[in-house]
Design a binder for this molecule. Structure first.
Ligand code: ADP
Ligand code: MG
Length: 557
């Protein structure tokens, strides 16, 4: 049988393919599953316009069968198959995609989207196989053909016997000894894992003969083994289902199944968008922060699917840092992917989705704050610090997104309150939002600096985390009310029995002597109009408060 050589460019491209385009060998299986699914989709489309064809869903499936002894892996589909010419065109010329041509000819609708477009996925089989055989019978032909290739040196095509329409692919799995091991692709469990990981939501059943163990009927202690055909993939992803059909438990199971976290999520957000960019997403607000959350090890990101096929485990671009705690996934048909599907080509679509998602998270948190206060406080205890870092890190750029999500402990309410709640309670004569910093609520309660403000009946926000005051400085104000530390020197509070000027005069020498004695610690000693029961108080002039100075001094240079 004459062998056709690959074209020179194809040869080079094939080498490139095998060695460098994909970072994980296991994705060959994703590519072959996608091709099989595309082939079945093509029959589905044909049936839409061809009355002689009926699309009976049960007849269409993909079957994966490993043969350990012969080191082969068989992948069969009942899709549209290939004619001899199509084999030449689509498998003989690298970077030629029959699926892309089909996509361009067919009006796609109904969410059935063909995955293929680059014409290279098929060749990824050579990453794990040293010989690939394709036996196919097209819906449009009575003859079947066999295509075979050992890689870069070319391929052969010859007539073959095959009764049913569809395609069988047989991979001769490499046997490279210890260094690189491909044996997982001959094992039931290994194959199942990879299929679940990348192809769980392929719309057609992916079947495998799975070994099942069962206690023998006459002797419970002995097991008998038998093979049972099972469908390995889930097929209909939860995010494509109707929200009204799903319960909280369904979402919680999905969260656990996906190992997004070991806690129970506080809230799920299910988004279906059918606008200029279409996507579905399920997002979760976790209840507790993972142990590495506030460390450099933590990686934010959402899973990214393209038409039900997993493209990326953690797409960081989908989440702003300050919502980095959100878990979940996004599936879109509208992404332009690069050739290996490991990266996105244009991030315009992704940016639109990310912005959309950010707004959804924000509005959901706001609703939670309004309607489920207790849950929100749980959330805030776990991730409030992240929100405050968010305000601080981008120089207040995210002010609009975050300021209404912040909470601080209130001196008068004795619980966490929002800035909005604070401002709406302010008496008319109060100009500032007052805050006091310290290690704990109890310690702040005892600060002499709080006395005058508290006496005036004004509410004080207690800052116990280092980031609090820094974040507030970035906010500058809330609803036009500026923030003011109770330890700043210009509190703008009238003390009725103010006699500081007299005291200043009377004690001029005492003050001068005190200043002299502690001149390395303070810049001035003055009479204060804010003291009531305490004899002395520390105050700061200008922007940097005493607490901030402490933090700044403790930071490594
Ligand atoms: P892509 O899927 O991006 O088009 P591939 O290299 O994966 O590129 O496949 C090349 C072409 O080969 C496909 O477009 C399709 O026309 C054809 N093909 C591959 N696998 C099958 C299959 N199982 N059944 C029918 N046609 C197939
Ligand atoms: Mg493909």
């Amino acid at each position: 049988m004459a062998k056709t050589e690959f074209k020179a460019e194809s040869k080079r491209l094939l080498e490139l393919m095998i060695n460098s385009i994909y970072s994980h060998k296991e994705i060959f299986l994703r590519e072959l599953m996608s091709n099989a699914s595309d082939a079945i989709d093509k029959i589905y489309y044909r049936a839409l316009t061809d009355d002689s064809l009926t699309f009976d869903k049960d007849q269409y499936y993909i079957k994966v069968t490993p043969d350990k002894e012969n080191r082969t892996l068989h992948i069969s589909d009942t899709g549209i198959g290939m004619t001899k010419d199509e084999m030449e065109d689509n498998l003989g010329v690298i970077a030629k995609s029959g699926s892309l041509a089909f996509k361009n000819e067919t009006e796609l609708q109904d969410g059935h989207d063909i995955i293929g477009q680059f014409g290279v996925g098929f060749y990824s089989s050579f990453m794990v196989a040293d010989q690939v055989t394709v036996i196919s019978k097209s819906l449009d032909s009575d003859e079947a053909y066999k295509w075979e290739s050992k890689g870069t040196d070319g391929y052969s095509i010859e007539p073959y016997e095959k009764e049913t329409v569809g395609t069988d692919i047989i991979l001769k799995i490499k046997d490279n000894g210890e260094e690189e091991n491909y044996d997982d692709f001959l094992e039931e469990q290994g194959l199942k894992t990879v299929i679940k990981k990348y192809s769980d939501f392929i719309r057609y059943p992916i079947k495998m003969d799975v070994t099942v163990q069962q206690p023998k009927e006459d002797d419970e202690d002995e097991y008998e083994e038998y093979q049972e055909e099972q469908t390995v993939n889930n097929m209909v992803p939860i995010w494509k289902k109707n929200k009204s059909e799903l319960t909280d438990e369904d979402y919680e199971n999905f969260y656990a199944e996906k190992r997004y976290g070991f806690d129970k999520p506080l809230k799920h957000i299910h988004i279906n968008v059918d606008g200029s960019i279409r996507y579905d997403a399920i997002l979760f607000i976790p209840e507790s922060a993972p142990p590495d959350y506030y460390t450099a090890d933590f990686e934010k990101g959402l899973e990214l699917y393209s038409s039900g096929v997993l493209i990326m485990n953690k797409s960081a671009d989908l989440l702003p840092d300050y919502f980095g705690f959100v878990k979940g996934m996004v599936d879109s048909e509208d992404l332009s992917l690069n050739i290996s599907r490991e990266m996105l080509q244009h991030d315009r679509q992704l940016k639109t989705i990310a912005k959309n998602i950010k707004n959804k998270i924000k509005s959901n948190l706001q609703t939670m704050l309004k309607n489920e206060r207790e849950n929100y406080e749980k959330f805030y205890n776990a991730f409030g610090r992240q929100l405050k870092f968010g305000v601080y890190n981008d120089f207040g750029m995210n002010k609009e997104d975050l300021q209404d999500l912040l909470m601080f402990y209130s001196s008068t309410e004795k619980k966490l309150v929002t800035l909005d709640e604070y401002v709406s309670r302010m008496p008319e004569d109060q100009t500032y939002i007052y805050y006091a910093s310290g290690d704990s609520y109890e310690k702040i309660d005892k600060l002499p600096q709080t006395e005058l403000v508290a006496d005036k009946g004004y509410e004080i926000l207690y800052f116990t985390e280092e980031v609090d005051e820094f974040a507030i400085k970035m906010l500058m104000n809330y609803k036009e009310k500026e923030f003011k530390s109770v330890s700043s020197s210009d509190l703008d509070i009238e003390n009725e029995d103010d006699n500081t000027e007299e005291e200043e005069k009377e004690n001029k020498e005492v003050f001068a002597a005190m200043k002299e004695a502690i001149s390395d610690k303070v810049s001035d000693v003055r009479a204060s109009k804010r003291l009531k029961s305490h004899p002395v108080v520390l105050a700061s002039d200008g922007e940097i408060s005493i607490e901030m100075e402490k933090v700044l001094q403790s930071m490594p240079n």
